[in-house]
Design a binder for this molecule. Structure first.
Ligand SMILES: *Cc1c(COP(=O)(O)O)cnc(C)c1O
Length: 382
């Protein structure tokens, strides 16, 4: 129940990758047959990735994943447009893969506005409008949040950006395969995708860059990916990513209708069966597979460990911040006090989860919570 952290390979993805891990080892840049044949596979996969998000193949640049795509979008656009402006707008609830490059840009002399969100994690498009100045070169707002699942009003934000002539980037790592992701419907100029969040392999993803958008490479070298991302292509990863994207585009509705009732049962069961617990994020405008709870008087980390004993994989917030021991920046941005934010538990469902999985969790979690609370000196009782 931690599909927001990563997902297993879809069997069709594994099949598509195997030839490139075995016999088809050519370098796509080589002129001889082994290279040419692998180049063809890379370009076929690019076509699949592009079609899945309503883009052209020339607008897709393979990267090592979501983190690199986010870095390329932020640093690449900021540097390309340095002569025009020095101001970037993003939100307080972005993934670290967006926030850290923003902090780095500030060190390089750019100015960054981190927009607040409301108690559900939603950005107010009006705040975006107010933040845009003549010096603004880029707005970066994630499509849906990886911790609390809130889906942002991207279409509205994109019209504002269009009017102001400012590029819009979106981290869509959590939404491809879960919601409709079409670059024209969303109105984005740049979009980050990661394969391992959508039943593809780790270490591959892409940045969509709308034709004509000015952007500079970050990784420089042999000039692969039309100079935008040097380095010999991760061919097996790319082949798997292509198939994963084709399946995501074909199946996102089905996948959503599979996980939504499971998630709703989970939420009902936990809110109805356990005292002192709240749901974080937006009640309805959220990822169909995401449930994020706040349990009073206990640490989310302790719940995760106890669930692990029961064979249930869950996390507190994002997998990336759980090692830092700090309260989640997302929950803090929602206005939750730090001492309460430590009591969060994120459950994210996937295509392999069943109603039996949900029932198993619901049968076991009340005792886990009760036991942990019994050890807390602050707990007043149910
Ligand atoms: C997982 C994730 C990333 C990072 O993607 P990687 O491919 O693991 O580098 C970026 N943004 C969001 C919203 C994510 O959930």
């Amino acid at each position: 129940m931690d599909h927001a952290a990563t997902t297993p390979l879809h069997p069709a993805v594994t099949e598509a990758m195997l030839p490139f891990l075995r016999e088809r080892f050519g370098n796509p840049s080589s002129v001889y047959a082994e290279g040419r044949e692998v180049r063809k596979a890379v370009e076929e996969a690019r076509g699949k990735v592009a079609r899945a998000i309503g883009a052209g193949p020339d607008e897709v640049f393979f990267t090592s994943g979501g983190t690199e795509a986010d870095n390329l979008a932020l640093l690449g656009v900021a540097r390309a447009l340095r002569g025009r402006g020095d101001h970037v707008i993003t939100t307080a609830v972005e993934h670290h893969a967006v926030l850290e490059p923003c902090h780095y840009l500030e060190k390089e002399g750019y100015r960054v506005t981190y927009l607040p969100v409301d108690g559900t994690g939603m950005v107010d498009p009006e705040e975006v409008r107010k933040a845009i100045t003549p010096a603004t070169i880029l707005v970066s707002v994630m499509h849906a949040n990886n911790e609390v699942g809130t889906v942002q009003p991207l279409e509205e934000i994109s019209s504002l950006c269009r009017e102001a002539g400012v590029y819009l980037h979106s981290d869509a790592v959590q939404t491809v395969g879960a919601l409709e992701v079409d670059v024209d419907h969303l109105g984005v100029d740049l979009l980050s995708v990661s394969a391992h969040k959508l039943y593809g392999p780790k270490g591959i993803g892409c940045l969509y860059v709308r034709r004509g958008v000015e952007i500079e490479a970050v990784l420089r070298g042999g000039g692969q990916e039309r100079g935008m991302r040097s380095g010999t292509e991760n061919v097996a990863g790319i082949a798997g990513f292509g198939v994963a994207m084709e399946l995501a585009a074909a199946e996102w509705r089905e996948r959503s209708s599979h996980v939504r009732p499971l998630r709703d049962r989970l939420v009902e069961g936990i809110l109805g069966g356990i005292p002192h617990v709240r749901l974080n994020g937006h009640p309805s405008l959220r990822l169909p597979n995401n449930a994020n709870f706040l349990f009073d008087y206990i640490e989310g980390e302790a719940i995760c460990l106890r669930l692990d004993f029961l064979g249930i994989a869950a996390s507190t917030g994002s997998a990336c911040s759980s090692e830092r021991g700090e309260a989640s920046h997302v929950l803090l941005a929602l206005g939750i006090p730090p001492e309460e934010a430590h009591g969060s538990l994120r459950l994210t469902l996937g295509r392999d989860n069943t109603m039996e999985d949900v029932d198993y969790l619901l049968e076991n979690i009340p005792k886990v919570i009760e036991d942990l609370r019994a050890m807390s000196p602050l707990y007043p009782g149910p």
